[in-house]
Write a protein that binds this ligand. Structure first.
Ligand code: PLP
Length: 413
């Protein structure tokens, strides 16, 4: 057997690892907050973003297999070197058509789309007004562009207006649906303000592409805001169940992007079998009105019942529901209580949330049955004392906003 060897660890790295150990000790049990049992058969999975349940659709797998048979694993190179006919261009055209955009750029991920796009739009002279809850990749894009971030309070258009009045035009960056708590951006107001102030508006539609708007075209199309929104980005690893990202843009922008976006230039391209599966997903998504409707009905059902039980869902309104347990030790207890009842959500903690605002995110999908949803509701009712729901800071906020909730709801018992 060959001996394993590792290089000596210098002090600065040892200190970082020790800080991490201390954080783990605060979780009461010396267990990593993300660790736990794997889900088994019959468990309810609310930890993915396959909102329309397409990942196991046979036509996606078949499309990927056919592409591997035809093209092998493809050519390993940056997309900026791809010339001539390529399935990537077909996908870009078809996605742009769905989004009613003049043009589109396929990226390796939603993260790469946001970072690469902001590298194209912002710089030392062009600030980025960004919602405090916007996705981390948008923040990283601002850093990467060397621009100044001007954060505004979550979904607070008046705060954005005040900041724009102080600093002048720039890029405005928001998510249509916020990934941590499912809150929905007041897009029409943001778009009107951003247009009036001469800004460039970027909307990340990762959690609304495929699930909202006509044929899944997203919220910007759904709300008739195309004339105010310059760029839309999306991770295609949500409803589209692929490993890629997308930028919807104006005609000709792609030639600038390929000379400016770091991820496009310095990282290799999406592979043909991924593209083939995405093309198949696009066909399904365009015709998935029934799935979309079931998704929204399921989300509204669960949201209504959990709120009636006293859970503060932080103003969310989409298919993402956040149980805001707050401190990490409380979040670990909540995760364990749910998993013991066969319910698997996703833990969000620092750095995905502020330190004392960790949570368990439940992502609803279209194929949950009423029994599944009732099982989640029953479990959430049963665990309220076990997880200390009444002592959560979010519960106190909820009660302050809805003082009569306990008496008004027949479910609150
Ligand atoms: C709103 C939002 N934008 C961007 C991303 C990044 O997407 P990807 O996983 O494709 O890099 C995510 C994924 O977590 C997201 O939720």
């Amino acid at each position: 057997m060959t001996e394993e060897v590792s290089a000596p660890v210098p002090g600065f790295l040892r200190r970082k690892l020790q800080d991490h150990e201390k954080r783990m000790q605060r979780w009461e049990s010396p267990r990593h907050i993300l660790d736990g049992p794997a889900p088994g058969p019959g468990d309810i999975l609310l930890n993915g973003n396959d909102y329309l349940c397409l990942a196991r659709h046979p036509s996606l797998a078949q499309a990927a297999v056919d592409a591997v048979g035809r093209e092998g694993l493809g050519v390993m190179m940056s997309s900026v070197f791809q010339r001539g006919a390529h399935s990537r261009h077909t996908l870009e055209r078809r996605l742009a058509a769905l989004l009613r955009a003049e043009s589109g750029i396929l990226c390796q991920s939603g993260y790469c789309a946001n970072v690469g796009l902001l590298e194209c739009l912002a710089d030392e002279q062009v600030p980025v007004y960004i919602d405090r809850m916007a996705h981390m990749s948008l923040w990283r894009g601002i850093q990467s562009a060397g621009a100044t971030a001007i954060p505004f309070r979550h979904n607070d258009v008046d705060d954005l207006r005040r900041r724009l009045a102080r600093t002048g035009p720039g890029v405005v960056a928001v998510d249509s649906v916020y990934s941590t708590n499912g809150s929905v951006c007041p897009l029409a107001d943001v778009a009107e303000l951003s247009s009036r102030c001469g800004c460039v508006l970027l909307v990340d539609e990762s959690h609304s592409l495929g699930t909202h708007g006509p044929r899944g075209a997203g919220m910007v199309v759904g709300q008739g805001l195309l004339e105010h929104v310059h760029f839309r980005t999306a991770s295609l690893s949500k409803a589209f169940v692929g490993r890629a990202g997308f930028v919807a843009c104006m005609r000709g922008f792609e030639r600038y992007f390929e000379m400016k976006s770091g991820p496009a230039i310095f990282s290799s391209a999406v592979l043909p079998h991924d593209i083939a599966a995405l093309l198949a997903a696009l066909d399904l998504i365009r015709d998935a009105d029934a799935r979309r409707q079931r998704l929204h009905v399921n989300a509204a059902y669960l949201r209504g019942h959990l709120e009636a039980l006293g859970y503060d869902l932080d103003g969310g309104a989409a298919q993402i529901l956040a149980l805001q347990s707050g401190l990490e030790a409380q979040t670990l207890r909540l995760k364990d209580a749910l998993e013991a009842r066969g319910i698997f959500g996703s833990v969000f903690c620092d750095p995905a949330t502020p330190v004392k605002h960790s949570l368990v995110r439940l992502s609803v999908h279209s194929e949950l049955s009423r029994d599944d949803l009732d099982h989640v509701v029953d479990a959430c009712r049963e665990i309220r004392d076990e997880v200390g729901l009444s002592s959560w800071a979010s519960t106190r906020r909820h009660e302050a906003r809805h003082p009569a909730a306990e008496n008004a709801s027949p479910m609150f018992r």
